[in-house]
Design a protein around this ligand. Structure first.
Ligand SMILES: Cc1cc2nc3c(=O)[nH]c(=O)nc-3n(C[C@H](O)[C@H](O)[C@H](O)COP(=O)(O)O)c2cc1C
Length: 241
């Protein structure tokens, strides 16, 4: 028997894994990154085959892994974790440098960065496990790292289908809704709405200052072209909680 709730007891960090091939830069947010051996220093990342970055790593045989810090603007996770490098330039608004291996290394909101050469890849069905020997490692600062648990608990955000640890958001939101049912007021206008793609919550009491939406604007009054400020999902992807 498999009790899926036991998977929630596994702990992770959150990383930005990037690569570049023939001028095409790409990168994704991933929680599945870990050290495999100490000598030589080898790490592994599990990358979904549908990620644009998967192809880039396969072709370049190199990847960088930057460790995200605990306190950050979640827009960086929104950009790297919910959008595709195929149609969105993730490096335009986030600080990065070209590392010693000639690939992008994100430094924005990160505390350490590793650059690796792929020494093996294991086909795991939906994902490829890239095993990389660390050629360059750099500490950027002493801020504490972001843990996957803190990401869920503090930022209240989810992981999309491509993440190996994906949980059906509908299920999660139902649970949240059940928990809150008793304490929620019947006032529809004040109801919060959650983006089922990334977990962002629209709170009418706060509005969305980054988009010029003032406090006191009910979800229903948002323009039809409103999109999630984190993952760009349309209004239809929001559920009342
Ligand atoms: C919190 C979080 C954790 C994720 N973990 C992984 C992971 O470990 N492996 C993976 O392949 N995708 C993971 N993803 C999904 C990718 O970041 C996402 O599919 C991304 O849009 C791929 O970008 P790309 O197409 O530009 O490569 C995660 C996303 C989030 C938000």
């Amino acid at each position: 028997m498999i009790d899926f709730s036991s998977f929630h007891k596994l702990s992770y960090g959150l990383y930005l894994i990037c690569s570049e091939f023939e001028g095409n830069k790409s990168g994704y947010a991933g929680n599945t990154g870990f050290q495999v051996t100490a000598s030589p220093s080898v790490i592994a990342v599990s990358c979904n085959k549908d990620n644009y970055t998967c192809e880039t790593i396969q072709k370049s045989k190199k990847f960088s892994l930057s460790v995200l810090q605990k306190e950050l603007d979640v827009a960086i996770v929104g950009d790297f974790g919910f959008k595709s490098s195929a149609d969105f330039d993730k490096f335009e608004k986030h600080e990065y440098k070209i590392g010693e291996l000639g690939i992008p290394v994100v430094t924005d909101s990160c505390i350490a960065a590793l650059e690796c050469e792929v020494i093996n890849e294991v086909d795991c069905g939906s994902h490829i496990l890239f095993i990389g020997e660390v050629k360059v490692a750099e500490k950027l600062n002493d801020n504490p790292p972001l843990t996957y648990d803190y990401y869920h608990q503090h930022y209240k955000m989810l992981a999309p289908k491509n993440a190996p640890t994906y949980i059906d958001p509908e299920k999660l939101i139902e649970e949240t809704a059940d928990e809150k049912k008793s304490e929620d007021s019947a006032n529809k206008e004040a109801a919060e709405h959650v983006c089922i793609i990334c977990g962002y919550t629209y709170d009418p009491a706060i509005g969305e200052p980054s988009m010029g939406i003032p406090p006191g604007t009910p979800f229903e009054d948002l323009p039809e072209e409103f999109i999630c400020p984190i993952c760009s999902a349309g209004k239809d992807y929001f559920k009342e909680v």
